[in-house]
Design a protein around this ligand. Structure first.
Ligand SMILES: [Fe+2]
Ligand SMILES: [Fe+2]
Length: 290
């Protein structure tokens, strides 16, 4: 009885692809709405903030109206104090990395579930979000390419992860979204002057909208504030609970004919009561949409 020869496939096993660098993401919006919030610093030991719940309701509202074109999180969705370059402050309680990943996954899924599949879902990498990949990259670079070592392995792939997103560029209708550029109270205005176009950014936790007008037209510098509660444990130790001037909320950006109209701010006016001011009304947010 003859035996069949087994021929081994000479093709080498492919080396796992090295994680691609993230970059700039371009998209178009003609008519419709972008809901943009940032700096959630989600904590597994706190309930969802009023701003998060209002954001979910607002995204749901525009999705149901059929006008929602994109959800942009411009972000610091994670806080990751345990893997910060800054040392732990006294005996500050720091959530586990696993618990932080779980809570961010749950609350981003809540946003995506009401936004639907028809709109862009954009995640702009914030400095806190960078901490997981940066920590592993710095301390054990041999793990590059191993599943789970990159933050994106823990995010729903429906979210487009980038350093910046550009809507309707290039040209005077372009709107740039990024986590941060210039700092402080004047970030919105200084971002527009640096970029030469409208800029929507987070990081400062100030919730502002500034107009810069010149011979080319009107340009907007928008600080998206923070979607965290101002009293969140994420901020207590490093602010030493001082008055920061921050505000909790997010922005709604309406476009007509490819042009950004006047940006609208939704601002939390009472965290405990769940009250948010938007479009001249006081809205009481209900329980989170599931
Ligand atoms: Fe932040
Ligand atoms: Fe930040």
């Amino acid at each position: 009885m003859s035996r069949a020869l087994i021929t081994l496939d000479p093709t080498p096993i492919a080396t796992p692809r090295r994680p691609l660098d993230i970059g700039s993401y371009e998209f178009e919006i003609d008519d419709g709405v972008i809901c943009c919030g940032s700096d959630q610093h989600y904590r597994p030991d706190e309930p969802p903030s009023t701003a998060h719940r209002a954001f979910v309701q607002t995204v749901s509202r525009f999705a149901e109206e059929g006008t929602l074109r994109a959800v942009v999180l411009g972000v610091d969705a994670f806080d990751f104090p345990a893997i910060s370059k800054h040392p732990r402050i006294m005996w500050e309680q720091q959530p586990s990395i696993a618990a932080e990943i779980a809570v961010v996954q749950a609350w981003m899924e809540e946003i995506k579930s009401v936004a639907g599949l028809a709109c862009e879902s954009i995640f702009i990498m914030g400095n806190h979000d960078q901490r997981l990949s940066s920590k592993i990259s710095a301390t054990c670079p041999e793990l590059e390419g191993v599943h789970g070592m990159d933050l994106r392995d823990h995010l729903d792939p429906d979210w487009t992860v980038c350093w910046e997103a550009i809507a309707n560029g290039p040209g005077i209708n372009a709107v740039e979204f990024r986590h941060r550029h210039k700092s402080g109270h004047g970030a919105g205005r200084n971002n527009v002057l640096a970029a030469g176009r409208s800029v929507i950014s987070g990081h400062t936790h100030h919730l502002n909208c500034t107009r810069v007008s010149n011979s080319l037209g009107h340009f907007w510098g928008v600080d998206t504030g923070t979607m965290a509660a101002l009293g969140s444990k994420a901020f207590r130790a490093y602010t030493e609970m001082a008055q920061t001037g921050w505000a909790s909320g997010f922005v709604v950006l309406a476009f007509a004919g490819g042009k950004l109209l006047v940006p609208e701010i939704a601002m939390v006016v009472d965290e405990e009561a769940g009250l948010v001011a938007f479009r001249g009304e006081l809205i009481r947010v209900g329980s989170a949409v599931h």
